[in-house]
Design a protein around this ligand. Structure first.
Ligand code: NAD
Ligand code: IPM
Ligand code: MN
Length: 354
């Protein structure tokens, strides 16, 4: 019971369309006695183009003063001449992840019962596809540690240095082991490229082995990122929990979405496990400028992100009700039938309401 202070950042493109549906579902799924008090923030491309502001410090301070954040998507059309590349991605999305210490970027991937997929258990007989990627969220090549020399000349040199600290690696690896321990199969796979990225690979491998020794009940595995692409597309059943760095995790989770029902279903949580700041929940997908404003986007990823948000706030039952409603909605989808974004939101909300 009580009031949950929710910061809502609908963002750009399909962000506002899918966020509206997630809020619709969150409204009906709220446990008795829990009231969501929303604050909306108009951050994104429009505000930047109108005012030059991306994420003013005062707004960041306000956002920080909430229990959780629901975000749609940010970013404009690739290579829009008015929008320098990365300005919103780095200045808004990554700044929120870094400042609020979202070191666990949690991305569950599951072929839901009823989904039609050549990789489903019904087709392969090789078990369910149900894994979660624990993507490091605050380091790697995302930190902006790099530069460019002699830009525009034939002698241009550009670097993006991947930052991997023992502190940062150990805490995400520990979180991944704890998550694996809570799942029935208790299996954790480290994905990296230790054969080439020997400095970063060494700290990841060493700390992985070190923490593994404290968790004898967790089965461990290691895979190079390239080989992981083979196994994800041919036998994804083998994965339970995957832990990996920020960039590998970004790429793995779009592939994981594609093999488990599509990017329209993939949810994520940018989690601060220490709860020193609010965690942020958002679809894995972006602003999809190609379908924005047409009610074509599938809001399921945003709806499932709201379910992760409820779970994070301790409302596991309400979270499970949303997930069950989505599973039922997916199972009832007729191939060839197209529904609008709000029709899908209405259908899931109606199932949640019972
Ligand atoms: P994208 O995820 O926006 O789109 C990739 C493809 O998936 C497109 O064809 C799109 O139509 C489709 N798609 C995405 N979401 C969908 C949905 N819910 N339903 C149906 N189809 C969907 O990736 P992109 O095109 O590489 O990036 C577009 C913009 O979004 C860029 O500015 C990028 O930086 C930004 N971006 C933001 C986030 C985020 O806010 N978390 C994530 C990824 C990309
Ligand atoms: C994602 C996105 C972001 C990322 C971009 C937009 C910064 O692709 O959330 O997966 O790379 O993390
Ligand atoms: Mn991505």
């Amino acid at each position: 019971t009580g009031t949950v202070r929710l910061a809502v950042i609908p963002g750009d493109g399909i962000g506002p369309e899918v966020t509206a549906e997630a809020l619709k579902v969150l409204e009906v799924a709220s446990p008795a006695g829990v009231k969501f008090e929303q604050t909306r923030y108009d951050l994104g491309a429009e505000r930047y183009l109108a005012t030059g502001e991306v994420l003013p410090d005062s707004v960041l301070a306000e956002v920080r003063d909430h229990d959780a954040i629901l975000l749609g998507a940010v970013g404009g059309k690739p290579n829009d001449p008015n929008l320098p590349p990365g300005i919103l991605e780095r200045g808004l999305l990554l700044r929120l992840r870094f400042e609020l210490d979202h070191y666990v970027n949690l991305r569950p991937s599951r072929i839901f019962p009823g989904s039609v997929s050549p990789l489903s258990e019904a087709v392969t007989g090789r078990g369910e596809v149900d894994f979660v990627v624990v993507r490091e969220g605050t380091e790697g090549p995302y930190t902006g540690n790099g530069g460019a020399l002699r830009v525009g000349t034939p002698h241009e040199v550009a670097t993006e240095v991947s930052v991997n600290t023992a502190y940062g690696v150990e805490r995400v690896v520990r979180d991944a082991f704890a998550r694996a321990e809570r799942r029935p199969r208790k299996k954790l796979t480290l994905v990296h490229k230790t054969n080439v990225l020997v400095n970063a690979g060494s700290v990841w491998w060493r700390l992985f082995e070190q923490v593994a020794a404290e968790h004898p009940d967790v089965t461990t595995d290691y895979m190079h990122i390239d080989a992981a692409m083979i196994h994800l597309t041919t036998d994804p059943q083998r994965f339970d929990v995957i832990v990996t760095d920020n960039l590998f995790g970004d790429i793995i989770t779009d592939l994981a979405a594609a093999i488990t029902g599509g990017i329209g279903l993939a949810a994520s949580g940018n989690v601060n496990p220490d709860r020193t700041a609010p965690s942020m929940f958002e679809p894995v997908h972006g602003s999809a400028p190609d379908i924005a404003g047409q009610q074509k986007a599938d809001p399921t990823a945003a709806i499932l992100s709201a379910s992760l948000l409820l779970d994070h706030l301790g409302h596991a039952d309400a979270a499970a009700v949303i997930e069950a409603a989505v599973v039922a909605d997916l199972a009832g989808r007729e191939p060839g039938t197209v529904r609008s974004t709000s029709e899908v939101g209405d259908a899931v909300a109606a199932r949640v309401a019972g």
